[in-house]
Design a protein around this ligand. Structure first.
Ligand SMILES: [Mg+2]
Length: 359
């Protein structure tokens, strides 16, 4: 049955964190997020969501509202639901990856609901219950505060930690030594400098971490996002895999970095690439080149984290950084997804994103 889009609405959510989230770029205490609802003439609704992250994407509260009001409503209201809308969402305006992601996710939610299957099945995954494992973030802070967060996360059952660094090489090594003293032998570390290091810092800190015997799985976006030569240099010199994050927004960015040898892995975030439609392109470019992807997120609500989990599990991604549900007191919404510490369970029951209650 054809579905005609009748309305698009945005709902603001403010979701307090258990403790501040701090990187070398920003600090937040509350996740500010927008849930986007697309209604149709048959009563079926699709949900997406997005979070303004001005220091990474450039998208703000104002730009998100404006893009929805002035571009996505005129583009979509009155249209018949189909996959043909997905490229049009990307092309109706330049940049604005954050609101594009919210609209893209809501359209995918509707498409999967129309097909009567969970989103991960709609995207080609097997119709079985899924469980993926996420890391937990240790925010950039004092040595003492970072040790405390590390022990909290380990106490909550996490086996993989993403450690935020980027405060000067000696202090970062001091942080790693203090963390090493409290982790388990099998704890896996992902080090994320959020562009806070130079090439020399990255090589120096990598070699120090190697000598310390730390179990470092990867180093994420050590140098400035525009410094692709620097990314290529650290990819060559670091003993650990280099994961490109802020350097990769669009599929063309992924293709360029891979061609330049400027990363060993790519971090796909729906808020950077504009949603699942473009994310799938990045994933296939990476796969064609034997490059593994991480599926990450900004500080977002459960709706877009759930969308990322469906996408990743459908295409077989193994590496996840989807910890906002663990970092907040209570994630709004109910459905077939269950967030339980490092485990995210996606049920094969339900359709689309599986939400029975969103806000
Ligand atoms: Mg990152």
């Amino acid at each position: 049955m054809d579905l005609k889009i009748t309305a698009i609405e945005l709902f603001e959510e403010n979701i307090p964190l258990k403790q501040p989230f701090i990187t070398s770029k920003r600090r937040i205490d509350v996740i500010k997020d927008y849930v986007l609802k697309i209604s149709t003439d048959e009563g079926l609704c699709g949900y997406g969501a997005c979070a303004p992250t001005p220091v990474i994407t450039g998208d703000t509260v104002g730009s998100i509202k404006c893009a929805v009001e002035d571009f996505f409503k005129p583009l979509l209201i009155g249209e018949t639901l189909s996959e043909e809308l997905l490229p049009r969402i990307q092309n109706v305006l330049f940049h604005n990856s954050t609101p594009k992601a919210a609209v893209d996710i809501a359209v995918y939610d509707l498409l999967a609901k129309q097909a009567g299957v969970p989103l991960f099945v709609y995207l080609g995954g097997k119709a079985e219950d899924k469980c993926i494992k996420t890391d937990a973030t240790v925010s950039l802070s004092t040595v003492e505060a970072m040790v405390k967060e590390t022990t909290d996360h380990l106490g909550a059952g996490f086996s993989v930690l993403k450690v935020k660094l980027g405060g000067g090489r000696d202090l970062d090594i001091e942080r790693l030594k203090a963390i090493q003293a409290v982790i388990n032998d099998d704890t896996v570390l992902r080090l994320d400098a959020n562009q806070g290091w130079s090439v020399e810092d990255t090589v120096y800190i990598s070699k120090a971490a190697e000598q310390m015997g730390l179990n470092v799985e990867l180093i994420e976006q050590p140098v400035h996002y525009t410094d692709l030569e620097g990314m290529a240099e650290v990819t060559k010199q670091s003993p650990f895999r280099i994961l490109a994050d802020e350097s990769v927004f669009a599929p063309s960015d992924a293709a360029r970095l891979i061609r330049m040898g400027a990363c060993d892995m790519v971090n796909i975030k729906l808020m950077k690439c504009g949603g699942i439609y473009e994310g799938l392109k990045i994933q296939s470019i990476a796969a064609e080149n034997g490059i593994e992807c991480m599926l990450g997120c900004m500080m977002e609500s459960g709706v877009s984290v759930t969308a990322a989990a469906h996408f990743g599990s459908a295409v077989g991604i193994k590496c996840y950084d989807l910890d906002p549900p663990y970092l907040v007191h209570k994630m709004p919404g109910e459905g077939t997804t269950r967030f339980d510490g490092e485990n995210i369970y996606l049920g094969k029951e339900g359709t689309g994103l599986g939400y029975t209650k969103v806000l």
